[in-house]
Design a protein around this ligand. Structure first.
Ligand code: ADP
Ligand code: TYD
Length: 208
C-alpha cells in the first residue's frame, strides 16, 4: 500500500544466459497475469526508454572498457527506473522486465570479471530499496542455450562471446540465486515449454 492507499504493483525480472528461454516465457507470464485482472507492462534492459534504447545500441555493438560497459548498463537502468519501473509500480501495475541488476552481476562481474564490490556500489547507488519481488532465473547448460539460439540470426557483442564467458555468467547467476533464495526462483529450462509454464503458474500463484 502507498500513502495514498493505492496498492503497489509487483516487479518481476527475467534472467538467464542468452538462449535460456526468457523471451519465450515473458509473454506467457504477461498473459497469465492479464487473465487474472492485472495491468501488465513488459519492458527490457538495457533499454526500456528512448534513451535506454540508444544506450542499448552502443552496449550491444560497440567495444568499450569493462567499467564503461557497467556504468552504461546502470545509466540505462537509472532512466528505466525513473521513467518506467517506479511510476508503473506506483500506479499498481505489474512490471515484467527482461533482465535487471542480476544480469550486471552475471555478465559484467561473472563473465567479464568486474569486482563484485564495485557492482554492489552501483546497485546501492542506483536502486537502494528497490529489488524485484520475484526473479525468474531460466537455467540451462550452455550447450542447450547455444543450440537454441537461432543459427540464422546475427549475434550481438555478448552472444559472440566464448563458452567460458557464459559458464561464468551462469555460475554467477546461480550464486546470486543461492544468496537470495526468497527472491530468485531457478527454473530448469531444459524441460518442455509446457512443463516450464506449469511451474511458472505455481510460482505466480504464490505471488498474487
Ligand atoms: P532468451 O530470450 O533467453 O535469449 P528465447 O526465449 O529467445 O531465449 O529462446 C531461444 C530459442 O529457444 C527460441 O527459438 C525458443 O523458441 C527456444 N526455446 C525456448 N525455450 C525452450 C524449451 N523449453 N524447449 C525448447 N526450445 C525452447
Ligand atoms: P537481451 O535483451 O537478453 O538480448 P536479446 O534481445 O538478444 O535476447 O540482452 C542483451 C544483452 O545484454 C545480453 O547478452 C546480456 C547483456 N546484459 C549485460 O551484459 N548486463 C546487464 O546488466 C544487462 C541488463 C544485459
Amino acid at each position: 500500500m502507498t500513502e495514498g492507499g493505492t496498492v503497489q504493483g509487483k516487479f518481476i525480472s527475467f534472467e538467464g544466459i542468452d538462449g535460456a528461454g526468457k523471451s519465450t516465457h515473458i509473454g506467457f507470464v504477461a498473459g497469465w497475469l492479464a487473465a487474472r485482472g492485472k495491468a501488465v507492462v513488459s519492458t527490457r534492459e538495457p533499454g526500456g526508454t528512448p534513451l535506454g534504447e540508444k544506450l542499448r545500441e552502443l552496449l550491444l555493438h560497440e567495444k568499450m572498457h569493462l567499467e564503461t560497459e557497467a556504468l552504461l548498463m546502470f545509466a540505462s537502468r537509472r532512466e528505466h527506473i525513473a521513467q518506467v519501473i517506479a511510476p508503473n509500480l506506483a500506479l499498481g501495475n505489474w512490471v515484467l522486465s527482461d533482465r535487471f541488476t542480476d544480469a550486471s552481476f552475471a555478465y559484467q562481474s561473472g563473465g567479464r570479471g568486474l569486482a563484485r564490490d564495485k557492482m554492489e556500489t552501483l546497485e546501492h547507488w542506483v536502486h537502494p530499496g528497490l529489488q524485484p519481488d520475484l526473479t525468474l532465473l531460466f537455467d540451462v547448460p550452455l550447450e542447450v542455450a547455444r543450440e537454441r539460439l537461432d543459427a540464422t540470426r546475427t549475434l550481438d557483442k555478448f552472444e559472440r562471446e566464448q563458452a567460458d564467458f557464459f559458464e561464468k555468467c551462469r555460475g554467477e547467476y546461480l550464486r546470486r540465486a543461492a544468496e537470495f533464495p526468497q527472491r530468485i526462483v531457478v527454473i530448469d529450462s531444459t524441460r518442455s515449454i509446457e512443463a516450464i509454464q506449469a511451474h511458472l503458474s505455481e510460482v505466480l500463484e504464490k505471488l498474487l
